[in-house]
Each structure stands twice: as structure tokens, then as C-alpha cells.
Design a protein around this ligand. Structure first.
Ligand SMILES: Cc1ncc(COP(=O)(O)O)c(C=O)c1O
Length: 378
């Protein structure tokens, strides 16, 4: 039986054509017309002033915090329920993350807990240097409320929209809500360049500085002159060509992921003990991954039993991100709340959501889940 992966790359457009064009142009380096074109395409698509193509989303997070002058001993608030890259970038800067639990309604950072934490920080006379807000599984966080509290305390937002390209919040695209936003084009994302990322901002100073820092901070001179430390974080021109072809089909990919999500919702609607990640009414998620919660007392089996039953049928499913405060490497850092993300981790399962799946694949996947329920009811 063919393996169904969680979210594999899907090259269904002009990738080959644009890649060959890039090869033939001989711009086989980290600059060139495809890099510039990809940056313009992304900025235009999401309605932002500037974009800088990078080797990864993680590089984008690192540069964003670095440009916000996050340094040794600073604190940076961070969504607790996320992939480790969001928090790793804080550590690269020598700072300490403070994790904030999720809101049950959106699974994103809780605006109430965020406000509590900022009040606490202000009372202690040490405000965080920045906050990393994650748009989880493609759903935007509640930006009106988050921006409201953060601007009151003048804490800049870095939007980790790694998973959320094409999603919207009140009609505005993900990635545009912070001082700086980032996307990932890692192999499992809604569009991919195999590995890659983008830093975006409406502030041209950040765009110019990110471009400068990501190219080893070369000062303008005919020889190699450096007055600052830089990074080698640029995206290859060949990969940018792949990204441009992928981006041309973003709308179709969002539509397909939303259809997959709807199929699962309908197919599993009658099963007791299954809930879906709620979609907030304030926006439209790209449904990067469809995620369910399994309550063992009602469903009869737990998340892990269902995951293993899928695996036995050659279907890849993954537990929800393990919260940062539960990770051995981040245990010593502060957490505000934590019960919601722990619960989502213990019951949450990400289902295959790749855009090349066909109806048969979805029937196969939902069939296994239904069988897990029936077996327990015998
Ligand atoms: C929420 C989140 N942040 C950051 C990243 C890091 O992106 P990259 O793998 O491109 O470095 C990812 C995905 O990989 C992610 O899911």
C-alpha cells in the first residue's frame, strides 16, 4: 500500500521550467533575478513593503530578533505551543524565552495570559525585549488583542507565520502583523523550496538591514570590508525559482487544504470523542495541517493508539507539537499557564494534509480512524 505522508512537497506548476531557466541563466549563487523576483512576488501577494529571501524560516527569526537588538540576559515572550525553531532563535541571541500558553478557542497564544505576563513584567521593572507570536497550523493569532496589549507596553512583535502563508486575519494576510514577519518554505510547508524562508516587513530599514546582515554584512567597497558581524543566510537563486513556481499556485493549494479539512470534518463528524482544531471567525486559515483532538473516554482509544493504527496502514500522522515548557532543553524557563497546551499535546493528532491526496487516500485515512472507534465498541 502506498505511503501517505503528513505534508509532502507538491510540485504541480512551472517548477521545472523556472528551475531550468535559472540554471541556464548561470546565476548559481545566493543572488540573482529569481531571488529578487521571489521577494517581489511574496511582497505583492501579501501586501507588504519588502521581503528578503533566506535559507530558512529559522534564519528569519534569528535575524528578526537580532535586528530588534535582543541580546544576552533579555527576556522574549514566545508561544508555548509551537515548533522548537520559534524558541531556538531566542536562545541564539543569548536571551531567555518566557512561554505563554494557548487560548482554547484558537490554540494560539492567549491574549489574557499575555496581558497578565506583561503586567507582571512591568511591575518587576523588566519588560521583555520582544515577543514571538506563532500562527499555529496556519491559523492567525488574535492580532487586534495582541497588538493592543503589546503596543501599550511597547513590546515589538515578531510574527512567526512559518506555517501560515496565504492565511488571513480580518482580511489581511498572515505575516503582516508584527514589526517583522517570517515564513518557512521547508519541505512540509504549503509551498516549498526544499529549504528556505522569507523575512517581511513594512519598515524598509529592517528590510535593508536584513539583506545586509544575511550577506555577511559586507560594507560597500571594492574589497571585502566588514565593520559588523554578518551571517550567511541568503536563499539560492535556484531554490528561489522553485519558490516562484510554487507561489503561483498558492490559492489552489489553500483551497485544496481547506477542502481536505472539510472532508475530514464531514467524515468524522459522527464519531464521539473527536473534535477539530477550531477555526476562529476572525480569519481564514490556510489549513496547513488538519488537527483533531481525541478524548479516549468517549472515543474508546487514545491519540497514540490511533496514530499507531494509521502507521500500521502506512499512513503518517503526528502528535501535536510538544509544548516548549515540556521540552527538556527549555525546562528551566518561565511558563505562564501551560494546562491548555499540555492537554492539546496529549490528545492532538495531525492528519495527512498534503495537496496531492485524492479522495481514495482520504477515505483510507478516515476508514482507519472509524475502525479504531468500532473496534472499541464491540
Ligand atoms: C512555527 C514554525 N516556526 C519556525 C519554523 C522554522 O522554519 P524552517 O524549517 O524553514 O527553519 C517552522 C517550520 O519548520 C515552524 O513550523
Amino acid at each position: 500500500m502506498k505511503r501517505i505522508y503528513l505534508s509532502p512537497p507538491h510540485l504541480d506548476g512551472r517548477e521545472r521550467e523556472l528551475l531550468i531557466r535559472a540554471l541556464e541563466s548561470n546565476w548559481i549563487t545566493t543572488l540573482g533575478p529569481e531571488v529578487e523576483g521571489f521577494e517581489e512576488d511574496i511582497a505583492k501577494k501579501i501586501g507588504i513593503k519588502g521581503a528578503v529571501a533566506l535559507a530558512s524560516g529559522t534564519a528569519g527569526l534569528h535575524l528578526a530578533l537580532y535586528m530588534l537588538k535582543v541580546g544576552s540576559g533579555d527576556e522574549v515572550l514566545c508561544s508555548d505551543l509551537t515548533f522548537a525553531a520559534s524558541a531556538n532563535a531566542i536562545i541564539y541571541c543569548g536571551a531567555n524565552p518566557v512561554f505563554i500558553d494557548s487560548d482554547r478557542e484558537t490554540w494560539n497564544i492567549s491574549p489574557e495570559l499575555l496581558e497578565e505576563e506583561l503586567k507582571y513584567c512591568a511591575k518587576n521593572g523588566k519588560l521583555p525585549k520582544a515577543i514571538v507570536v506563532v500562527d499555529l497550523y496556519g491559523q492567525c493569532a488574535d492580532y487586534d488583542r495582541i497588538i493592543g496589549v503589546c503596543s501599550q507596553y511597547e513590546v515589538p512583535i515578531v510574527e512567526d507565520a512559518a506555517e501560515a502563508l496565504g492565511s488571513t486575519y480580518k482580511g489581511k494576510f498572515a505575516g503582516t502583523f508584527g514589526e517583522i514577519g517570517i515564513f518557512s518554505f521547508n519541505g512540509n510547508k504549503i509551498i516549498t523550496t526544499s529549504g528556505g524562508g522569507m523575512l517581511v516587513s513594512d519598515n524598509e530599514n529592517y528590510i535593508n538591514r536584513a539583506r545586509f546582515l544575511s550577506q555577511q554584512a559586507r560594507d560597500p567597497a571594492p574589497h571585502y570590508e566588514h565593520s559588523q558581524i554578518g551571517f550567511n543566510y541568503r536563499l539560492s537563486n535556484l531554490l528561489a525559482a522553485v519558490g516562484r513556481a510554487q507561489l503561483e499556485r498558492l490559492e489552489e493549494k489553500v483551497t485544496k487544504r481547506r477542502e481536505i479539512n472539510l472532508f475530514y470534518r464531514r467524515a468524522l463528524a459522527d464519531l464521539p470523542g473527536i473534535e477539530f482544531m477550531p477555526e476562529a471567525t476572525y480569519g481564514k486559515s490556510n489549513c496547513w495541517l488538519t488537527v483533531i483532538l481525541i478524548s479516549p473516554e468517549k472515543f474508546g482509544s487514545d491519540r497514540e493508539t490511533v496514530r499507531l493504527a494509521l502507521e500500521a496502514e502506512n499512513i503518517e500522522a503526528r502528535p501535536v507539537w510538544k509544548p516548549m515548557h515540556m521540552q527538556p532543553v527549555f525546562k528551566k524557563f518561565r511558563i505562564r499557564g501551560g494546562e491548555v497546551s499540555e492537554d492539546l499535546f496529549s490528545r492532538g493528532l495531525c492528519l495527512p494534509s498534503g495537496t496531492q491526496m485524492i479522495g481514495e487516500d482520504l477515505v483510507r485515512i478516515t476508514g482507519v480512524i472509524k475502525k479504531c472507534y468500532k473496534l472499541n465498541k464491540k
